[in-house]
Ligand binder design. Structure first.
Ligand code: PNW
Length: 496
């Protein structure tokens, strides 16, 4: 009897049916699965004006007016990774990851963003960095643009000027020429939606523009052209000799219908189209989502515009953008409940009125210290299914996913979050047959969290920003992730 009970208990424990692990998958990740971690240049590097680096729009944004950042801090020093990069690579190695996603600062390669000056010191920095990663058996996933536009290009109009797309393609060419031989995975632009919304709609991020009715659409248009031109440069000039993969990285909040009603389902679908479809549809299917085209044209006309506030792609541009992907890069953090609502009367042009859904979060979902981030783990599996059904990518990388807190070493909230999201991702792989091939958690270490400064922390390693050494220390989640990366198992034990 006793033996039977013990066997039963053991079986339950192995199945993960005990305590807080109730819904965590006890199956192994595929052997080929790449576990990794992610960062971005402005958030970790520091060295903001060293060795010929030019000024980016984030440098200017925070220096001009420190009150734009919650703690009046900047990325001038950040994690000091510009100097501590060898130590970072050793920590990545210790973490056991096989993939590191980081970004290149455009202004280190081209100080003012134009081909007029190419800064060899910047090229050398990244070349050394990438070669050292490779020497440690870590695959680089290199993002060309993670929000740090050269200030000079901002002054030319930034992401509202279509010519910025040509400058971006030129920058990409220089990077491929110099670093392409050592890189197999590229991302062009990180989260165009968040830069367009935060930087050009609400004005909380650089360049601080509040153009929620039109600037956000122009910004999306130019960033998509930039992505596509850079992709074509790679495809036509470098793919044959370098043999890498290149795509863009899109972020999306899962939209859960607030009820079983058909109207809420319609609103949730529209919400996804206005968030992810906005950027994915032109690249994976050929144009803006039809619903966006129709709704924005209709409201624009009622507002008195002779054309739509959503820029129209020419047939040539549709061909340019369509098909510019090799994988789907998805950043996924959170979810909202979405409710249908009546269209609002015509007033000031606004993206939110164009989309017209009522979004809120459930009080049952654990909240992080961030006002936008709550935990709804099954949103991960649902979103992966949505992406797969809509766009049929041959491969998906989850390029960001993570949780914010106050930076404590014993970060059980983050650990639980990561475990439950990864479990849903694993279900999507093993139960739903979705080809997620890699995951880079946000973030490798605490860093400069944009307009929130150092008030919120996303790292699985802690960084002591009070110490000139910027001492890095593994958190509980880091130790847990280290075990996961080595065992491919989310629990203490897994079964085949
Ligand atoms: C990402 N959302 O932005 C960025 O790529 C990182 O640089 C940043 O540090 C990280 O997330 C944490 O904020 C996002 O509202 C901002 O779903 C907002 C959302 C998603 C991603």
């Amino acid at each position: 009897m006793m033996k039977y009970l013990l066997t039963l208990l053991f079986a339950l424990a192995v199945k993960g049916c005990v305590g807080q692990n109730a819904n965590i998958s006890n199956r192994y990740f595929p052997e080929s699965f790449l576990f990794g971690a992610a960062t971005a240049a402005y958030q970790i590097e520091g060295g903001w004006n060293e060795d010929g680096k030019g000024e980016s729009m984030w440098d200017r944004f925070v220096h001009d007016n420190p009150s734009r950042v919650a703690d009046r801090q900047s990325g001038d020093v950040a994690c000091d990774s510009y100097h501590k990069w060898r130590e970072d690579i050793q920590l990545l190695k210790e973490l056991g990851v096989k993939l590191y996603r980081f970004s290149i600062a455009w202004t280190r390669i081209m100080p003012d963003g134009t081909p007029a000056v190419i800064n060899q010191a910047g090229i050398d920095y990244y070349k050394n960095f990438i070669q050292e990663l490779r020497a440690n058996d870590i695959e680089p996933l290199v993002t060309l643009y993670h929000w740090d536009l050269p200030q000079h290009l901002l002054e030319l109009g930034g992401w509202l000027n279509v010519q910025t797309a040509d400058y971006f393609a030129e920058y990409a060419r220089v990077v491929f020429e110099n670093l392409g031989p050592y890189v197999k995975l590229w991302a062009t632009v990180n989260e165009p939606k968040t830069t367009c919304m935060n930087g050009h709609g609400w004005g909380t991020h650089a360049p601080g523009l509040k153009l929620i009715g039109d600037g956000v659409y122009q910004c999306a248009y130019v960033q998509l052209l930039a992505h596509a031109k850079a992709w074509r440069v790679y495809d036509e000039e470098f793919r044959a000799s370098q043999g890498g993969k290149i795509s863009l990285v899109l972020d999306c909040t899962w939209a859960e219908p607030a009820s079983d009603s058909a109207l809420d389902a319609e609103a949730a679908e529209r919400d996804l189209q206005f968030n992810l479809g906005w950027y994915a549809n032109p690249v994976y299917r050929g144009n803006w989502p039809q619903e966006m085209i129709d709704r924005i044209a209709n409201r624009s006309s009622l507002e008195g515009y002779p054309f739509s506030r959503l820029p129209e792609f020419t047939p040539e541009q549709i061909d340019l953008v369509n098909g510019t992907f090799d994988y789907f890069g998805l950043n996924m953090y959170t979810a909202s409940l979405v409710q249908w609502q009546d269209d609002s009367p015509i007033s000031i042009p606004d993206y939110s009125l164009d989309k017209n859904t009522n979004n809120y979060v459930s009080p049952d979902w654990p909240k992080s210290v961030s006002d936008w981030l709550t935990s709804y783990p099954s949103g991960m599996r649902k979103l992966l299914n949505w992406v797969n059904n809509k766009y049929h990518p041959s491969e998906i990388f989850v390029t960001e996913n993570g949780w914010s807190d106050n930076g404590q070493l014993d970060d059980q909230g983050r650990l639980t979050y990561l475990q439950s999201y990864l479990s849903n991702m694993l279900d999507a792989i093993l139960e739903d047959g979705i080809n997620v091939v890699g995951y880079t958690t946000w973030s490798f270490m605490d860093n400069f969290e944009w307009h929130l400064g150092y008030t919120e922390k996303f790292g699985i390693l802690q960084v002591d920003f009070n110490s000139p050494n910027r001492t890095r220390t593994f958190k509980s989640s880091g130790k847990w992730y280290q075990r996961l990366a080595t065992t491919r198992c989310l629990l203490d034990q897994c079964v085949d």
